[in-house]
Design a protein around this ligand. Structure first.
Ligand SMILES: Cc1cc2nc3c(=O)[nH]c(=O)nc-3n(C[C@H](O)[C@H](O)[C@H](O)COP(=O)(O)O)c2cc1C
Ligand SMILES: O=C(O)C(=O)c1ccccc1
Length: 387
């Protein structure tokens, strides 16, 4: 068993143990990948203020997210195809999150269905909705999430049409994977993954296949998305979904001050400041750079979560100190899942928890709720002078 000390170790192991098409899918951003890269490099530009000779005993990084206690304010973000990174991946990730005491979010585009995940966990999870053209399907999946006891609906607003990720087209990404000769040869070098997949029946989109009529051919994600996702999604339709759901609502993919204000006025319990991990609008600014202006506009009116680019506890601390109430991680836990299944997701959470706790102590803080701009050194031009 290799020694894992950081998220990057999990990423290397993920690349080694999981078929190329699925690792590449996770590791891609859209088009030139500028936004994907800057999500990470912009975190590096923010520096931390060291404080010494401060009592650091009895520390806590525990908090709450949308009113529920959490071991740390870090939720697992919705990730499509999770069950292709490792057999039954959504169940593994949900179990790891439950044991750790953080929320798990199940994607509409998951391999394990809502019902499957609910049957294999006991903590309520969050359900992420993509709005399809088929309103009956949308109504039914909302009802299914309610029936499964999901504690929040995460409505994703930044992907009605897919940003192109070049590698997915070259690899012929699909679930189940297309058995071309290069794919078969590559899979033969990943024996543990193959054994897992042979041992499960869950190899395609469990929330959709068998539930939506006329789903068609799912092998090309971009044309499938264009056919199935509702391009007319607007605030009116968001209201219809809010009313049908009736529970806690989180609006995901907000990257603009006016949109954040709209979401807050709309009564969202939380927003996720996100550029979808750099997978959608290439050229958008990083989420962390957009955070301060959104905090100034809506702090206290709706809970502010942030994702895109978090690879460490230091990154979580920076987001909280800049005013986020909580964070979500996507790739950081997917690397763990692809590397070592459920144990790898647990490892990712342990790594981030330990880094967050240590970094908080070295900043001279004992309670995560006391973090603020006083802990940071932010370059004067960080937010940029954009017209
Ligand atoms: C492989 C992959 C699949 C994703 N699938 C979904 C999805 O199905 N629904 C969704 O709302 N967001 C999806 N996202 C976006 C994540 O929820 C999250 O916003 C993003 O991963 C955050 O960036 P990070 O990976 O740098 O942490 C996906 C991200 C990745 C990397
Ligand atoms: O890949 C993604 O980022 C994503 O959200 C998605 C969209 C459509 C189908 C599967 C995943």
């Amino acid at each position: 068993m290799p020694v894992i000390t950081c998220i990057d170790d999990l990423k290397r192991l993920h690349a080694r143990r999981t078929p190329r098409m699925f690792f590449d899918y996770a590791e891609s951003g859209s088009y030139t990948e500028q936004t994907f890269r800057e999500n990470v490099t912009d975190f590096e530009k923010i520096r931390l203020r060291q404080k010494v000779a401060v009592d650091m005993s009895n520390r806590t990084v525990a908090g709450t997210m949308i009113g529920t206690p959490v071991a740390m304010p870090v939720a697992l973000a919705p990730v499509g195809f999770t069950g292709m990174q490792s057999a039954d991946g959504e169940i593994k990730a949900a179990r790891a999150a439950e044991k750790f005491g953080v929320p798990f979010t199940l994607s509409t585009m998951s391999i394990c269905s809502i019902e499957d995940v609910a049957a294999h966990t006991s903590a309520p999870f969050w359900f992420q909705l993509y709005v399809m053209r088929d309103e009956d399907f949308v109504d039914r999946i909302i009802d299914r999430a309610k029936a499964a006891g999901c504690s929040a609906l995460v409505l994703t607003l930044d992907l009605q049409i897919l940003g192109q990720r070049h590698k997915d087209l070259k690899n012929g990404l699909s679930a189940p994977p297309k058995l071309t000769l290069p794919n078969i040869l590559n899979m033969m070098t990943k024996p543990e993954w193959c054994m897992g997949m042979l041992g499960t029946k869950r190899r395609t989109f469990g929330n959709i296949v068998g539930h939506a009529k006329g789903v068609g051919d799912l092998s090309s994600l971009s044309s499938w998305t264009a056919e199935q996702f509702d391009p007319q999604l607007d605030w009116g339709k968001v209201a219809r979904i809010r009313d049908r759901w009736g529970g806690k609502l989180i609006l995901k993919g907000v990257l603009d001050v006016e949109d954040a204000q709209r979401a807050a006025d709309f009564g969202a319990d939380a927003i996720v400041v996100s550029n979808h991990g750099g997978r959608q609008l290439d050229g958008a600014l990083s989420s962390i750079r957009m955070l301060p202006s959104i905090v100034r506009a809506v702090k206290g009116k709706t809970e502010i979560l942030l994702d895109s680019g978090i690879r460490s506890g230091q990154d979580v601390l920076k987001a909280l100190a800049l005013g986020a109430d909580g964070t979500m991680i996507g790739r950081s836990y997917i690397y763990g899942l692809g590397a070592m299944g459920e144990a790898g997701v647990t490892k990712a959470l342990e790594v981030i928890h330990k880094e967050l706790d240590t970094t908080m102590a070295l900043c001279g803080e004992r309670d995560i709720r006391n973090l603020g701009p006083h802990n940071l050194l932010v370059p004067k031009d960080f937010e940029g002078d954009w017209a």
